[in-house]
Design a binder for this molecule. Structure first.
Ligand SMILES: [Zn+2]
Length: 259
């Protein structure tokens, strides 16, 4: 399993100890995440899967690592099949297709990876962006400023001609190359799907974001659970916690008798 190869800050043992989200977790996570930014929704989900890991440690996972865990959590909770749909930008045909979590799990490097780029006598050490970095630039309205701030946060050290220099002193072409280089290092943070329309043969690419996808499912499942609780509580007078602790099979059986 690729998750065993994942890097710190979560230990390998922790990765194996990920727990799926059960009905009570789903409702709790959904309730907490309602008012949260998508970045925080992701952390709320992961914190439910790793209750013994501090939330700020989870926030230090690079976005690629975060999304690897997110895919694994989705797999444990709802299975590995992801039902997707897209609209053809050329003819508006609606496409339905299935991808599997293992098809888009890309991160497999083991151990601590050092990120560096050498260009024009300049050696830049950097790390990959994490949730804290993205949160810091979330309110920034200008794309170039946001990108600049993000890279600045992630640069650990710059050495030019043997001396430490500040990131701000780098010439613009070096900065631009660093931005491009960083973007290539963690494909899991940016999953691209190649699509082809069966009706008009148009080909295009689309970004697959596991956090938005998983959250939409959590949202639908939580609403379904609340409705089921409403129906069963009304019919039998059972408490919410009792209804939630039933298996889905048993809950559906009772629902079938009262609806
Ligand atoms: Zn088409």
């Amino acid at each position: 399993m690729r998750l065993q190869n994942l890097m710190s800050p979560l230990s390998r043992n922790r990765a194996k100890n990920m727990r799926p989200l059960f009905a009570p977790d789903l409702l709790r996570v959904w309730e907490q995440g309602q008012a949260e930014h998508l970045l925080d929704k992701a952390l709320t989900l992961l914190h439910a899967a790793f209750p013994d890991t501090a939330r700020n440690k989870l926030a230090e996972l690079s976005i690629g690592q975060r999304d690897t865990y997110m895919l694994k959590l989705r797999e444990l909770t709802f299975g590995s099949k992801l039902n997707c749909f897209a609209e053809c930008p050329a003819c508006k045909e609606r496409l339905e297709f299935v991808i599997k979590t293992e098809d888009i799990l890309l991160l497999s490097e083991s151990g601590e990876k050092k990120y560096e780029l050498e260009i024009d006598e300049t050696l830049v050490h950097y790390r990959m962006p994490n949730s804290l970095d993205l949160a810091a630039i979330a309110e920034c309205g200008d794309v170039d400023t946001a990108r600049n701030q993000l890279v600045q946060r992630c640069v650990v050290q710059v050495i030019r001609d043997g001396d430490k220099v500040d990131w701000s002193e780098l010439p613009a072409p070096v900065k631009a190359e660093l931005v491009a280089h960083m973007a290539e290092q963690e494909p899991q943070a940016d999953v691209i799907l190649d699509l082809r329309c069966p009706a008009c043969d148009h080909k295009w690419q689309t970004v697959f974001d596991i956090v938005s996808y998983f959250w939409a499912e959590i949202n639908a499942e939580a609403r379904r659970l609340l409705y089921d609780i409403h129906v069963l509580a009304l019919a039998y007078g059972w408490r919410e916690s009792d209804i939630l602790s039933m298996s889905d099979t048993r809950r559906q059986f009772y629902l079938g008798m009262v609806t």
